[in-house]
Design a protein around this ligand. Sequence first.
Ligand SMILES: [Zn+2]
Length: 428
Amino acid sequence: MNRRAFILGLAGLGGAAWAGGRWWPDDKWQNPCLSGLPETLANHPLIRAAWEDLNPEKVWDMHVHVAGTGDSGSGMAINPAMDSLSSPVLYVQKRVFMDAACVGERSKVDETYLARLLDLAGGFPPGVKLMLYAMEHFHAPGGKQDEFHTGVYVPNDYVRKLAQTWPQRFEWVASLHPYRDDAVQRLEQYVKEGAIAVKWLPSAMGIDPASPRCDAFYDALVRHDIPLIVHAGTELSVVGEGHEQDHNNPLRLRRTLENGVRVVAAHCASLGMDYDWDAGSKPDKLPSFELFARLMDEPHGANLYADLSAVPQLHRCHVFPALLENAGWHGRLLNGSDYPLPGIQPIYLLKELVRKDLLAAEHAEVLNELRAYNPLLFDFVLKRSIRWQGTGFPVGSFETRTFFQPATKAKSGGDKAGANKQKERAST
Ligand SMILES: [Zn+2]
């Protein structure tokens, strides 16, 4: 892809108003897609320090996307608009994501994506795992599957198979639409088959988390002690006709929390503005992050967690100081990468993090070298290196296995124990 198309794509992603020198990329526009890691880099004190105090067995990257065109028979699909020049933003977006994942355009897209992901995972110590996301279709309000409005489809069956084939590296996060007649039944089946969480992207799937139609699904999540990971704040990656941005409003998760579900708000709702529905019928818009913060501090917020995926991006990183200053939230922040996004070099602008006093300039240099080889490891070491007035994210934010697979559950498969604990948490 040429540079002009790439820049247009970034503009389409909404992230890079790049024209001024301040937001010019640190290094390259495109992903160099190198592999392995030179000795000097692998043994660099910054990278070694990233593993201090961490047990790799507990380090799970809790936000990793699987993608492809379905050319391997995987069942994955992308909306035809992404290959049509009549939808230029979607067209270029797809190519930007493919560049981030080091996938060429012609053939073997599914296989190449997976091979690169396994290669990058191999750059981590044994024990470290990636939580891979399925992505359910858009559904109409009546609960019917709607392919026309579906941006990206990644079948549960495919992701389950990946987790079963590489259990030492992958876990499966199911995606399931709550309006389906068989939603509860399917959830139960997926839990038996090893799904450890459910992921929703409300605008792209046609889900209103505040709808009573979700209640039966919420009850089932609580019964099985399965966390729900929900995109929160403005969505830019999977957009299309009929997608309601307000479905991603953090306030819509209040009902989910009141039902006792353990919720993970993706990206800490760090992007965009949403209506403050608490202010009455004609509300103003406030930063989504502010609404998320309100929810975090409410009594039911004890069940609200948030992930750090994508937060280092130049249009989101302004929330780092608030996240790091608020010690009361630290036990509820979980690390994930949002792979393949860390492979989009211009939106991870290290010099902006340095300018904001969040990253030491000498660390930025090492990280810049690292991302050319392994964007997944880059994202991890970057999060470990971020500091605000001397404070970094706690060890617990990186040992996310403890949240997704509590010891009680791992030993006994104890759904009931988990559900009781969850109800207790919800009623505090
Ligand atoms: Zn994501």
